[in-house]
Write a protein of this length. Structure first.
Length: 197
């Protein structure tokens, strides 16, 4: 359905304690993780792109892309707060795609294809996957927004998906696109071509 209004929330607010520093500013091949995340957003597919962050430099970068910057003053309240802020910033939409910021090999073309797949299945939850194993981004129809808004602390979208497994469709891609850079070692492995392929 081409007339569906879909929003995108880029989640870029966390403290990344496992990484040991601000992960979003870490670089792969000379480009920061947050820039790679924003470049992977096919903005022509979305009514609004909201980037939720605690960092001024991320907010400025989001605005340079023409995206809506949403300040999260309480990243310590958990991912549920980031989800709430992002969802509320989107306004009236029929669905929302949630994208994390630490999958530096995720391709814009893949996200666009996932959105196009969702448009053919607008009542379903859709998750990017490899080999039947779900990863991110995930797309939620508006019917699931109330449950997303009821999440607390570190409960994320997976909590909602687990309650509705029968409604989940997977959109397959290469494993490397789902790989997240949780540690400096994982990021280095990606740069050396040793990420999941």
């Amino acid at each position: 359905m081409d007339d569906l209004k879909i929003g995108c929330v880029v989640m870029a607010a966390g403290d990344a304690r496992r990484f040991g520093e601000n992960k979003l500013s870490a670089c792969l091949d000379g480009k920061s993780l947050i820039r790679r995340a924003l470049e992977a957003v096919p903005d022509e597919e979305f009514q609004t792109v909201a980037v939720v962050t605690q960092y001024e430099e991320v907010a400025a970068l989001a605005q340079s892309f023409g995206f809506l910057s949403v300040h999260n003053p309480h990243p310590d309240w958990g991912i549920s707060h980031t989800i709430r802020l992002g969802l509320e910033a989107l306004g009236e939409v029929d669905a929302a795609l949630f994208q994390v910021s630490d999958q530096p090999l995720l391709r814009r073309e893949t996200v666009r294809a996932e959105v196009e797949f969702f448009r053919r299945h607008p009542e379903s939850l859709v998750g990017l996957a490899h080999g039947g194993v779900r990863g991110n981004p995930c797309i939620f129809p508006a019917a699931y927004f109330p449950e997303l808004l009821r999440l607390r602390e570190d409960q994320g979208g997976s909590t909602v998906i687990r309650r509705h497994r029968e409604s989940l469709l997977l959109f397959e891609t290469e494993a490397r696109e789902l790989a997240d850079a949780d540690t400096p070692q994982a990021l280095r492995a990606m740069g050396e071509g040793r990420a999941l392929v």
